[in-house]
Design a binder for this molecule. Structure first.
Ligand code: NAD
Length: 320
């Protein structure tokens, strides 16, 4: 298949592209090198992808609707996997308009470009953050959108509402995938595990929020990629589909437990300072993955222990 992967230079998308390329798909990537984190890291990700002959890349901003429409006219792909976004809860409160442009305007220009070019299949990267402060755990896909506490989460909810509308009105086939704190090599440097492993290596102090009880359903990136490929198989085999799935690990880990696991991995204690929980951070994420297991054949394989060990090898190579 010929697949457009948006945000191809980013963390999850670059792993996805590699998996698609090694299984013989042709991959067309777009990214605008958003300066949210160093562009050099994104260029390194792309260098790995350019080693595959089925890969091509265009630098471009998806919120530019005329560019997207023209791009899709010249690249008649079978499927779009939309991972480009400004990710991250805390920075979204500082830059609401930037997040609306990157996450909502870009999504709608992609959907419009697909409609105008007769491209019918769309997989959308949504987020566990849309569950917000929902007290009912584990989170099931049919939970209401009433508990959102961050601008980022609201942009992802909007994305899901737009995909619903394009399905209802224009018969676009859609699978929304809600990722849960994905980690592993090339993870964004703003995320906790990356920061903690790096600081531990360099003997720097980490800041932790609250009393350490905050919990996340950490998911290793190869498991997330396996779930995306499951969704890709499903959307190809099932016309007229509109579905939403959690891709988590279904095993929340508290900050306290994460710290112990990191210290065990590195063999060194972390230097810790504490501060209050920032606005927008939810107390827990916890995925119910019964539907994604059944319908996507999604079975997360990587334990926190082995995921951290793999990730730490990469951190040592990058920062030593
Ligand atoms: N990493 C996680 O834990 C996590 C959790 C839930 C959801 N997600 C979602 O998964 C997707 C990938 O996340 P990631 O962690 O790999 O982030 P990332 O920042 O590494 O990758 C996103 C990429 O999108 C690009 N991009 C941003 N705006 C763009 C635009 N307007 N046009 C073109 N490209 C643009 C960025 O330059 C970046 O390379 C995002 O949609 C994110 O919201 C990630």
């Amino acid at each position: 298949m010929k697949v457009l992967v948006t945000g191809a230079a980013g963390f999850i998308a670059s792993h996805l592209c590699e998996a698609l390329l090694t299984t013989g798909h042709e991959v067309v990537g777009i990214d605008n090198f958003d300066p949210f984190y160093p562009i050099e890291s994104k260029k390194e990700n792309l260098e790995l992808l350019h080693q595959h002959k089925g890969f091509s890349f265009t630098e471009g901003d998806l919120s530019d609707a005329p560019f997207v429409e023209k791009f899709l006219t010249y690249h008649p792909v079978d499927l779009v996997i939309h991972l480009a976004a400004k990710a991250g809860v805390r920075p979204s409160l500082e830059d609401p308009i930037g997040y609306v442009n990157a996450n909502i305007t870009a999504t709608v220009s992609l959907l419009e470009g697909m409609r105008k070019n007769g491209i019918k299949k769309f997989i959308f990267a949504s987020s566990s953050s849309i569950y917000g402060e929902s007290k009912t755990v584990p989170f099931k896909e049919d939970t209401s959108f009433d508990h959102s506490i961050s601008l980022y989460a609201t942009t992802k909810q909007s994305g899901e509402l737009f995909t619903r509308m394009y399905h209802n009105l224009y018969k676009l086939d859609v699978i929304n995938l809600r990722f849960f704190t994905v980690y592993g090599p090339r993870q964004r440097p703003d995320l906790a595990i990356h920061k903690f492993l790096k600081s531990n290596l360099l003997d720097e102090t980490i800041t932790i929020f609250g009393d350490g009880s905050m919990a996340r359903d950490y998911t290793y990136v190869s498991d997330t990629v396996q779930g995306i490929i499951g969704a890709m198989n499903r959307i190809v085999e099932n016309p007229n589909v509109y579905e939403t799935y959690n891709l988590g690990n279904s095993h929340p880990v508290s900050l306290k437990e994460l710290i112990l696991a990191i210290e065990k991995t590195t063999g060194k204690p972390l230097i810790i300072q504490r501060t209050d929980v920032p606005l927008g951070d939810v107390p827990i994420t916890y995925a119910d993955i019964s539907s994604s297991k059944e319908k996507l054949g999604y079975h997360p394989q990587v334990s926190l222990e082995s995921g951290l060990a793999e990730f730490y090898k990469w951190i040592q190579k990058k920062y030593s």
